[in-house]
Design a protein around this ligand. Structure first.
Ligand code: FAD
Length: 504
């Protein structure tokens, strides 16, 4: 037998003062005549109308979307789940005020439509205020600065309300530790940290920084950064992490947002038989940082497949799209290390990939590990295997990959050095300069495996400096300076640091 309105359990424990049950619960869902004459329709009408409240408050609604777990169970028996649903409803109301029926042109206020009562704006805001104060009383909504009441330990969370009572969802964390957020494992605390997950949240973070004149630092996966002990201002770590394909001819354009993990994207493309990024497998970090130093490995650079970079200017929030030519890419270099240093946040990359096989196996011993006609995935896996043999995993031994760039010297000096060191690896460049292998130079100075204090030169790959734990950024910079000075003394060649210093 269909329940009457009175049998529906009252969830008044979760109702706000002054709030009435929706009309359907008072038996006014349909005109009395239709309920009496057509019981099936009456039952259906009532269920449809009370569904939102029943679902929110766990009133045992037998509607299919309630699911077997909640169906026909009294409110108390549902315990924590019902309380959570009720709290979610309260939070929504605190942000947006009570849900409103669509108001048709010419309709007078306070008319009933679809079982909900139209509430004038001022009263709606008053109700939202009441919901917020109720939530604050329960410690569920954090307002203003103050000691931490949840979230990260030691963090102060803040919900702010825009004019009109709408909450802005960006969470700011004060004194946020970044020690686990950099692969060098350097101790660092950000004065403030935000991880905007939408363009609106990013705009909000930039507006806040402008209003309060906060210094801005953009952080990705932290695999190419040297962090100071304290980062003042606001650290923005974009959290937009969607990617999608736009089919084009025999290939596709890949749109990848800033927080997409680079290696995961490379593998996903290779699995779909899309060629272009496979040689760049296992490079740590996120897509947003890839153009900064034009990441490269095994004879391929990001610039070989990059079509465009979407970005936002930090100073005025202006959005822009740069073509590959605008990015002025070079060896571990780009406009983002020059004219645009620290002035933009990259939000999205557009890459071009192809279904036509085009393996590039000329670098190192890559070709010897593969068949004559390898797949893109086989190439990516071979690259991963070689890298795992050569490079320490930051998860087990803290490092930032290559600590120095391979130096470029002019042809004449290269010839003189080659006369002295005939086995020296060297790579002539199209512009007449010659690239040397920084790792070989460090190794030849007898520094492979050298350790001083908390830092050392990796025992298998001399280009990688490792942190054994307990060290600081100053100590690392001192150690790296000592390595560079010895190479200069031996070969007369200056080494340039690859990871960027994030301090002011
Ligand atoms: C084990 C290991 C191996 C590596 N191998 C290679 C390699 O083979 N080739 C290579 O090129 N690199 C290599 N790297 C370096 C590093 O992986 C890349 O430079 C990577 O692109 C850094 O990404 P990230 O997200 O960690 O950036 P982060 O280290 O967080 O930041 C690097 C720089 O980019 C800026 N930045 C980050 N995100 C954004 C954004 N959204 N908008 C604007 N600026 C931003 C930061 O401010 C910072 O200046 C290696 C690193 C490690 C630890």
């Amino acid at each position: 037998m269909a329940k009457t309105a009175r049998e529906v359990p009252d969830a008044c424990a979760l109702r706000l003062p002054g709030e009435h049950l929706p009309v359907a619960h008072r038996g006014r869902g349909l005109p009395r005549s239709s309920r009496a004459g057509r019981p099936g329709l009456a039952g259906r009408g009532r269920l449809l109308r009370h569904r939102p409240l029943a679902r929110r408050q766990g009133t045992g609604c037998p509607c299919p979307r309630g699911g077997p777990a909640t169906r026909n169970r009294p409110l108390r028996a549902q315990g924590a789940a019902a309380r959570r649903r009720g709290l979610r409803a309260l939070r929504l109301r605190a942000r947006h005020g009570p849900r409103q029926p669509r108001r048709h042109r010419g309709a007078a206020p306070r008319v009933e439509r679809g079982g909900r009562r139209f509430v004038p704006r001022l009263r709606r805001l008053a109700r939202a205020r009441r919901a917020r104060s109720l939530l604050r009383g329960r410690g569920r909504l954090r307002g203003g600065a103050g000691p931490s009441r949840g979230g990260f330990p030691g963090a102060r969370d803040r919900y702010r309300f825009a004019p009109g009572g709408h909450a802005l969802s960006l969470a700011l964390h004060a004194d946020h530790s970044l020690t686990d957020a950099n692969t060098l494992g350097l101790p660092c605390v950000a004065e403030r940290h935000a991880a905007p997950a939408t363009p609106a949240e990013l705009r909000e973070a930039l507006t806040l920084a402008r209003r309060h004149d906060w210094l801005l630092t953009v952080l990705g996966g932290g695999s190419n950064l040297i962090l100071p002990e304290r980062l003042p201002g606001l650290v923005i770590q974009p959290a937009m992490a969607r990617w999608w394909l736009e089919e084009q001819g025999d290939g596709a354009l890949v749109h990848a947002e800033a927080a997409v993990e680079w290696h995961a994207l490379v593998i996903a493309l290779a699995q779909r038989g899309l060629w272009g990024a496979e040689n760049l497998a296992l490079i740590p970090g996120r897509c947003g940082a890839a153009p900064i130093q034009n990441i490269g490995a095994y004879g391929v650079e990001l610039s070989d497949l990059l079509e465009a970079v979407h970005l936002v200017h930090l100073d005025d929030g202006r959005e822009a799209v740069l073509s590959a030519a605008d990015c002025a890419f070079g060896y571990r270099d780009s406009v983002f290390k020059g004219a645009l240093t620290g002035r933009v946040v990259i939000t999205r990359l557009v890459l071009r990939v192809s279904r036509t096989p085009r393996p590039r196996l000329g670098y190192g011993d890559l070709a010897s590990r593969l068949d004559a006609e390898p797949t893109a995935l086989a190439v990516a896996q071979a690259v991963c295997a070689i890298r795992r043999e050569k490079l320490p995993d930051p998860a087990t031994l803290c490092n930032a990959g290559s600590f120095f760039k391979n130096p470029l010297i002019d042809g004449e000096r290269a010839r003189r050095l080659l006369a002295e060191h005939p086995t020296m690896p060297h790579f002539p460049q199209p512009d007449g300069r010659v690239k040397l292998a920084a790792g070989w130079l460090i190794d030849r100075c007898g520094l492979k495996g050298w350790r001083q204090g908390h830092f050392g030169v990796h025992e298998r790959q001399a280009l990688v400096l490792v942190h054994f734990g307990g060290g600081s950024a100053d100590e690392l910079l001192g150690f790296a300076g000592e390595v560079a000075a010895r190479v200069k003394a031996c070969f007369g060649v200056s080494l340039e640091r690859e990871p960027r210093w994030a301090g002011a």
